[in-house]
Design a protein around this ligand. Structure first.
Ligand SMILES: Cc1ncc(COP(=O)(O)O)c(C=O)c1O
Length: 490
């Protein structure tokens, strides 16, 4: 990597140089650098309006980059060790859709984990690919999924030897990193393309104590939410292709399909400058977050009734790495479930990332300080003190996600006529919509799947525990959309 070049921010420099010219605007956006906008909006968006420009020749083209954007994306590729990197202004959602679209044609089978994010299902609808689910291991004591292991992959491939690709979620939302090296070696041996949803791993390469980066494990394509844990604006992500990946041009064409033709230059500038920050200070800022997280974990584990797992989750087989900046706080020793703990934390002024079963997930990132780290510990200590001595209730239990029964390709289900039926009457029918509890955005039920008793039980138990479904047209789930005709032909 060329560290001198990494100091530059070619796209930000081009944007600033363009703005300094004070060109008279006879182009979109209609507010014309903020001149036509209400005072209210001007107060809200301030100086950002001067850099809100339509597509400018001087500022390159996201879909045919030749100038400063190409330079910016090449610098990102150099930093991450990719053959080519694409900037996404539609998050990792677009990157995942694009990589599936690039490698799978209509009817191709793709092996995916049970914890695939809903954007994977979108990718299946767009491409026409048929999902083959790998089973995941579930840690019942910690109430978290560990993802698939090598045996799960081998079983899926043995049952579907014609599968074209495999997609891994690496790491899981909780920071659990599977044995990607072994999974990759086996998948390549079987001739599969390997795609990775590394939404929660854009910071991995910047500290040796974090799990190995997916690209370093030899995979083909990696989607990363730069915005989640690496300092860019929300909605900005990167898609990396390994060197010599034969479908790179098709990935480029797919990114063209799933993104807006009017990318906001702030988003692109944000990716360019976040890359520079990681290159110059990555080790230091990620190391600081890790140290803070270790301190928080240690202090939380000293509070009676609260437990937080750490690297002890690594078993060297299913789990080969763990991101310690992800803090899964188990409140069951206080008799609290995740939903109640989240509510009590909110009263203490703390907003967490995710809630499930007996725990909440808190993130310590490059944005934290000793003070914010301490505030989390203090809030948990207050909650523990408040519940000390109270009779223990049975805390919430997170059930493993039911194994899907794929009836047809999601795209086929998307195109067939549908009807709404009462939830109870949906048993045995084929789903015409996804049911997700967000976050983590993992569908319990996806388009084209049989609605089993296990699915309905899972949905009922989540709703009874106070979770709101996301995805169905009827948000109360009194009714569910199912296909009018069920055909078992793919
Ligand atoms: C595992 C996983 N993959 C993909 C996504 C989608 O990422 P984005 O929000 O950047 O579109 C998310 C978002 O929460 C996620 O958790």
């Amino acid at each position: 990597m060329d560290m001198t070049k990494q100091q530059r921010t070619p796209f930000v420099e081009a944007l600033e140089a363009y703005c300094a010219q004070h060109m008279k605007a006879y182009h979109t956006p209609g507010h014309k650098l903020g001149q036509g906008i209400s005072d209210y909006q001007r107060r809200l968006f301030g100086d950002a309006l001067r850099r809100d420009l339509g597509v400018m020749y001087a500022l390159d083209d996201l879909f045919q980059p030749e100038g400063p954007l190409k330079e910016a994306m090449d610098l990102a590729a150099d930093l991450y060790g990719a053959g080519r990197t694409f900037f996404s202004i539609n998050g990792t959602t677009a990157c995942i859709e694009a990589m599936i679209l690039a490698v799978c044609a209509d009817g191709d089978e793709i092996v995916i984990p049970r914890e695939a994010h809903k954007s994977v299902i979108n990718g299946l609808v767009l491409s026409g690919a048929v999902p083959v689910y790998m089973e995941s291991r579930f840690d019942a004591a910690r109430q978290v999924s560990l993802g698939p292991d090598l045996e799960s992959l081998k079983a899926a491939v043995a049952a579907h030897p014609a599968a074209k690709a495999v997609l891994f979620t690496y790491p899981t939302y909780d920071g659990i990193a599977g044995n990607l090296q072994a999974l990759t070696a086996y998948a390549h041996e079987k001739g599969l393309y390997i795609l990775v949803d590394e939404a929660h791993g854009a910071h991995f390469g910047f500290h040796p104590d974090l799990p190995a980066e997916a690209l370093a494990c030899g995979v083909d394509c990696v989607a990363q939410s730069t915005h989640k844990l690496a300092g860019s604006l929300t909605q900005t992500s990167m898609l990396h292709c390994r060197r010599d990946f034969p479908l790179t041009e098709r990935v480029a064409a797919s990114m063209n399909i799933v993104q807006s033709t009017s990318p906001h230059y702030w988003f692109l500038a944000s990716l360019d400058s976040a890359r520079q920050q990681l290159a110059l200070e990555g080790r230091e800022i990620i190391g600081r977050a890790l140290n803070l997280a270790r301190q928080v974990r240690k202090e939380l584990n000293q509070i009676l009734g609260i437990t937080v797992f750490g690297r002890d989750i690594i078993d060297g087989h299913t789990v080969c790495g763990f991101d310690e900046t992800k803090i899964t706080i188990d409140f069951s020793g206080l008799g609290l479930d995740g939903v109640t703990a989240e509510r009590e934390l909110r009263r203490e002024g703390i907003e967490v990332e995710l809630v499930a079963g007996n725990h909440v997930l808190a993130l310590i990132t490059l944005g934290d300080t000793a003070a914010t780290a301490e505030a989390l510990v203090t809030a948990c200590a207050h909650i523990a003190a408040h519940h000390e001595g109270a009779p223990l209730q049975q805390a919430g239990e997170e059930l493993p996600l039911p194994q899907p029964h794929v009836v047809m390709a999601p795209r086929r289900a998307w195109n067939l006529p549908r009807e709404a039926v009462p939830l109870e009457a949906a048993l045995g029918r084929t789903a015409a919509e996804n049911v997700t509890f967000y976050p983590p955005g993992i569908p319990v039920l996806s388009l084209g799947e049989e609605i089993t008793a296990d699915c309905l039980d899972y949905i009922r138990s989540k709703m009874a525990a106070g979770y709101k479904p996301n995805g169905p047209a009827d948000g109360t789930l009194a009714t569910l959309r199912v296909l009018k005709e069920v055909s078992h032909e793919r």
